[in-house]
Design a protein around this ligand. Structure first.
Ligand code: ASP
Length: 586
């Protein structure tokens, strides 16, 4: 006779965090982890946690069998929902508790090496090492629900707008996104390498050549760059490309997608159309190409006034600009000035100048260089009021003045709490320059990538004044983060060749790096363009964290190591041999 196999069955009628006063009197069964235990002799109180939240369980130790229970044991508990005498205002389930009639241990657990309580002060590397425990916390899980809902809202919107999702290869040739590649050695082709794509850029453009017209992909991208709070070596983009749309039509589509995400995920209405800000206005007024315009602190040109001072640096330097910080003069001690000055060398300046407007008069170490008229002009230009402070930057390089003051502006806004939490500020920055000087090599490089289309009106300046050529490139900026960006692409071969020439690419370079791609453009390329949104950054913004690692399940730390798995790790000698690789030195 065949034995019936007895399959385990776990009974859940409700998520722990979903029970409310309206459930009082119901018989329920929950599954979850023991989060807290308090033994009061005849009564045992447990906080049980699952992904929906926490609920208190009360067990009378005389009337039911109590198994051994410790934190993080996995349990099944059935009982009756009862109203609590004293509600716990901190929990959504705080008005009720479950009076247990059965407690079953499904699995035991070792003492966890990190706390799984909602608030933790554990060091981040330890949290990342035991990530599966760190992720038990509802505050962490909620961010992944947001992330998942963003992807859902993306599929929905793009699907409704005629897009199809197409996957492109991870084992690919190197792409020109400007960062260092992660390389994968080929076993079957000794000495040859795949590059993990920095983005699906070339593939999505070839899909336009292929006639798909509307493509998207939730795509993993890989860039070997120095890490920052908002950067990871592998990250995810919502990657979009379309044919036959002009820039304005693409921006409308992109902001429609973003608005749908905000609506579906946060029920937040984004006011459309978004503001379009010229790149040069962003940089001149806010000192950033991703300005946070939730607060003012604009950069004001004050060269004309300081030119009348006797302070040589301000007289001689080409650019003098300042920000006015209200109610800040009393805080602007020497020490504070030294702290702000730490930013200056990053922008090739020694320090900033400081002025305070206190007791109806301007003060500061540079005031002695200003006569009465100059002071009066300054007061008028900045409309100085009691306790206002001016922070002044000067240089012969406008970029340094703008970006230097921009960095001070952002840091001060954070420090002074100028941003109301929970507010969102969305805009497009448009009309980017086509080229920039590489900070590393000093050579001309594309601001975006070499397939970005120059503005028609600037075409005749390509060879003669390349740095004054602007492009159909755009970024979507949310709360001071570059949440995404894109461009119209070049579909005219002659223009593409001129760009390659300006960049100094030889025929061999082009052939070797993206010959296949240039070839594809010869066979009837439709006008096309697109954008990519950073899924990780969007999730950060929508879930209100400023740490990208909070929204990635198993992230790398700042030294590009995954503390949970220890990747990267050494591999067997044999694997290296198969890949024809010899490790030389450290
Ligand atoms: N591939 C670009 C990027 O990753 C986005 C785009 O141009 O669509 O920045």
């Amino acid at each position: 006779m065949k034995m019936e196999s007895i399959e385990e069955k776990f009974v859940r009628t409700h998520g722990c965090g979903t029970l409310r006063a309206s459930n009082v009197g119901e018989k329920v069964s929950i599954l979850g982890w023991v989060s807290k235990k308090r033994n009061l002799g005849s009564l045992l109180f447990l906080d049980i946690r699952d992904r929906t939240g926490y609920v208190q369980v009360c067990a009378e130790t005389d009337s039911i069998e109590i198994p051994e229970l410790r934190n993080e044991y996995v349990v099944e508990i059935s009982g009756t929902v009862a109203k609590k005498d004293v509600p716990n205002k901190n929990l959504p389930t705080g008005e009720i508790e479950i009076v247990a009639d059965k407690i079953k241990v499904i699995n035991t657990a070792n003492q966890p090496p990190i706390s799984t309580q909602e608030v933790t002060d554990a060091n981040e590397d330890i949290r990342l090492k035991y990530r599966y425990l760190d992720l038990r916390r509802n505050v962490m899980q909620s961010r992944f629900f947001i992330r998942s809902n963003i992807v859902k809202a993306t599929h929905e919107f793009l699907d409704n707008n005629g897009f199809i999702e197409i996957e492109t290869p991870y084992l690919a040739p190197s792409t020109p996104e400007g960062a260092r590649d992660y390389l994968v050695p080929s076993r079957v082709h000794p000495g040859q390498f795949y590059a993990l794509p920095q983005s699906p850029q070339l593939f999505k453009q070839m899909l336009m050549v292929a006639g798909f017209e509307r493509y998207y992909q939730v795509a993993r991208c890989f860039r070997d760059e120095d890490l920052r709070a908002d950067r990871q070596p592998d990250f995810t983009q919502i990657d979009v490309e379309t044919s036959f749309l002009n820039q304005d039509e693409i921006l409308t589509l992109g902001e429609g997608l973003v608005a749908n995400i905000f609506k579906k995920v946060l029920n937040y209405d984004v006011k459309l159309p978004l503001r379009r800000m010229d790149y040069s206005d962003a940089v001149n007024n806010y000192g950033s190409d991703k300005p946070d315009t939730r607060f003012d602190l604009k950069l004001i040109d004050c060269k004309a006034v300081f030119a009348k001072s006797t302070f040589e640096t301000y007289v001689n330097n080409k650019y003098v600009k300042a920000i006015k910080v209200e109610n800040f003069a009393h805080e602007l001690s020497r020490k504070k000035q030294d702290q702000i000055n730490l930013t200056a060398p990053k922008f090739n300046m020694k320090q900033f100048g400081y002025f305070k407007f206190e007791n109806g008069a301007l003060s500061g170490s540079l005031v002695k260089f200003l006569d009465e008229n100059v002071i009066a002009e300054l007061v008028k230009l900045f409309d100085l009021k009691e306790d206002d402070a001016l922070i002044v930057a000067t240089s012969n390089i406008l970029r340094d003045v703008n970006f230097g003051l921009g960095a001070v502006r952002s840091a001060l806004a954070k420090e002074l709490g100028l941003v109301k939490p929970g507010t969102f500020d969305l805009l497009w920055v448009v009309h980017f320059p086509l080229f920039e000087k590489s900070e590393e090599t000093g050579e001309i490089t594309p601001c975006h990538h070499p397939f970005t289309r120059p503005c028609d009106e600037d075409l005749d300046k390509l060879e003669t004044e390349p740095y004054n050529v602007y492009s159909y490139a755009y970024d979507i900026v949310i709360n001071g983060y570059e949440a995404g960006g894109g461009s119209l692409r070049i579909y005219n071969q002659e223009v593409q060749e001129r760009i390659f020439n300006v960049l100094g690419f030889t025929k061999e370079d082009i052939e070797r790096k993206f010959g296949f791609f240039v070839e594809s453009l010869k066979y009837g390329t439709p006008p096309h363009g697109g954008f990519a949104l950073g899924l990780d950054r969007l999730t950060m913004i929508l879930s209100g964290t400023d740490n990208i690692r909070d929204v990635i399940a198993f992230p790398k730390n700042l030294s590009a190591v995954c503390p949970c798995t220890s990747a990267p790790t050494e591999v067997d000698e044999k694997q290296l041999e198969e890949l024809h690789i010899k490790i030389i030195g450290e």
